[in-house]
Ligand binder design. Structure first.
Ligand code: OAD
Length: 250
């Protein structure tokens, strides 16, 4: 059964002209980065309010304490897994146009993928909430309770999207355009619960794309817009798909 679905997915990939991937935390789960909403997810352990923008501005030390634990201690040591590498190979073979990722862990880029649209920003950068100056993570001492702007002493915030913040308009438009252009979208490891990101696959479907989904369990998309659902871990399944594509068509 699973082999049939893998064969079918490979045929879709072969027939499609414009393929776009849409990824979430599940693609990095096998790089030892916990997801958000699974039983062992980040929001089981930490209060998501800590990443709400008004809460952050009112309680920066509390939020920063947890931000460092979740994002900087864990992410710094993470490496891409076979799922990231499979997408990189598909791009190199000229079969993957772009990856729209909700992840802020940089692992798609670390694996060598070039055209990555970071819908929720990136944890490698910080931005001053007062003067809006940006900084690379290495420029700032994160051991301080509240990292502050060297120029104006404003509170620094990781340059990813907090709850209550809007998506950068350019990034949003770019992702929406990719969704409209593609004739195949491959969704991997996202629950589809966070908006507006969750609308990207809806957009792709609306404009006629076929949808393949890989997830360890059904998501919000599985029964509404997915053509092929493959249940299982991203690394093994994507590797099998890309290897079979190479064997048959490359
Ligand atoms: P979630 O934690 O909501 O969903 C993770 C999904 O990955 C679930 O559907 C799991 O079943 C699936 N999954 C877990 N392990 C997997 C594996 N090895 N292979 C394949 N699938 C697996 O994470 P997201 O959907 O990414 O926002 O969450 C969206 C946003 O919510 C995140 O970008 C984050 C969070 O608040 C920001 O950081 C701004």
């Amino acid at each position: 059964m699973k082999n049939d679905l893998i064969n079918q997915s490979v045929d879709y990939i072969n027939k499609s002209k414009v393929i776009v991937a849409f990824t979430g935390a599940g693609v990095s789960a096998e790089s030892n980065i916990p997801t958000f909403r699974d039983d062992d997810g980040i929001w089981q352990k930490y209060n998501p309010q800590l990443l709400e923008i008004n809460h952050f501005m009112a309680n920066p030390a509390d939020s920063w304490k947890v931000i460092k634990q979740i994002f900087y201690d864990k992410f710094a040591n993470a490496n891409p897994n076979d799922a990231h590498y499979a997408f990189m190979e598909l791009e190199r073979m000229g079969k993957l146009r772009s990856i729209i990722t909700q992840n802020i862990d940089n692992l798609h880029q670390k694996s060598g993928s070039k055209n990555v649209i970071e819908f929720h920003g990136n944890s490698n950068k910080l931005v001053c909430t007062n003067c809006h100056q940006g900084y690379a993570i290495g420029e700032i001492d994160l051991n301080k309770d509240i990292p502050r702007c060297p120029k104006c002493f404003g509170i620094l915030k990781p340059d990813f999207v907090f709850f209550g913040e809007s998506i950068d308009q350019k990034i949003h438009n770019l992702a929406a355009r990719e969704a409209q252009l593609c004739d195949l979208m491959i969704i991997v490891g996202t629950s589809g619960e966070v908006f507006p990101a969750a609308l990207i696959p809806e957009n792709a479907k609306f404009y006629g794309a076929k949808i393949i989904e890989i997830n360890t369990k059904p998501s919000n998309y599985t029964n509404s817009l997915v053509d092929i659902f493959i249940e299982g871990k991203a690394s093994r399944i994507l590797k099998e798909i890309v290897n079979l594509y190479k064997q048959k068509y490359f």
